[in-house]
Design a protein around this ligand. Structure first.
Ligand code: SPV
Ligand code: MG
Length: 295
């Protein structure tokens, strides 16, 4: 984040293989970033799906990279914990990928994840057409990011969409080894199945040559203990702040309509005091006594 780093675990440390997987919580704006940080998460996932949705876009590269970077900057100012940014497929070829990674780092990101698909990408849970990037070409994107963003703390996650695209374990493993050679710091293996079998099979063969990151959106009922046993380094809760917000906002809108007013809803919404506390209004009051009317 933009503030002092005391007491903050770096993203590089979070993605290391620990006894228990690290969690990255989705955030899509400054407010959701602060809420996740206050809850105790040690790192954030700047989700392309969630940021797109909050901006009124589909998760198909409708948002420009600079719009995404604007949001990431707001998140990084508001929260101190590190942010792994969903860089989609890198917004183009190697040249776009290295440019975006460098700009994101300057604007407060601690790492970028890029996936082996073409631009424009489509969300992994939509459609059955997810043509994969050529392995060598995608390795060029990874190498270009590594050669351009020289900050050793900046994390590059290579995301494999082979299983999403309907390929088998061999294709996923070939890609993982190639991406490791190209300089990736971690491998994100994605699945759209409702059980974790193919993720766990991958982890079993891969043997943690690099840390493994997973996104259990569809196989949500699997206990984290299974990921711990499989040596998964990082679990991303990829869209759960946004989906919680959708449910809460839909519920309160419906209730105000149906109840004809707000008399009944007050206990079910966040008090204004909580909002003022989240945005540190007390800090402003204290600063006023120092700068606006000093004794
Ligand atoms: C995102 O959160 O934007 C992701 C994860 O990339 S997924 O939606 O599963 O593709
Ligand atoms: Mg995404």
């Amino acid at each position: 984040g933009g503030n002092a780093s005391e007491g903050v675990t770096t993203l590089r440390d979070l993605i290391r293989i620990h006894d228990s997987p690290s969690f990255l919580m989705e955030a899509h704006d400054a407010l959701s970033a602060v809420i996740a940080e206050r809850a105790g998460f040690k790192g954030l996932w700047a989700s392309g799906l969630s940021i797109s949705s909050s901006l009124g876009y589909r998760d198909a590269n409708e948002a420009s990279w600079s719009e995404v970077a604007d949001v990431v900057e707001r998140m990084a100012y508001a929260a101190r914990i590190p942010i792994l940014v969903d860089g989609d497929s890198g917004f183009g070829n190697f040249n776009n990928a290295r440019l975006v990674a460098g700009r994101l780092r300057k604007r407060g990101a601690s790492g970028i994840c890029i996936e082996d698909k073409a631009f424009p990408k489509m969300n992994s849970f939509i459609s059955d057409r997810h043509p994969l990037a050529d392995i060598e070409e995608f390795c060029g994107r990874l190498r270009a990011v590594k050669d351009t963003v020289l900050d050793p703390d900046f994390v590059l996650v290579a995301r494999i969409e082979a299983l999403i695209a309907g390929h088998g374990q061999d294709e996923a493993l070939d890609r993982a080894h190639a991406y490791a050679e190209a300089g990736a710091d971690a491998i994100l293996i994605h699945s759209r199945k409702s059980d974790p079998t193919e993720i766990l099979a991958f982890a079993g063969s891969w043997q943690n040559r690099l840390p493994v990151v997973i996104v259990p959106t569809k196989y949500f009922s699997t206990p984290v203990a299974e990921y711990r046993a499989a040596g998964i380094s990082t679990v991303i809760w990829a869209n759960h702040n946004m989906r919680a917000a959708i449910a809460a906002m839909r519920n309160i809108c419906n209730r105000i309509i149906h109840e004809g007013g707000i008399a009944g809803i007050e206990p079910d919404i966040a008090p204004l005091e909580e909002l003022f506390e989240l945005m540190a209004y007390d800090e402003l009051a204290a600063a006023e006594t120092r700068y606006l009317w000093p004794k």
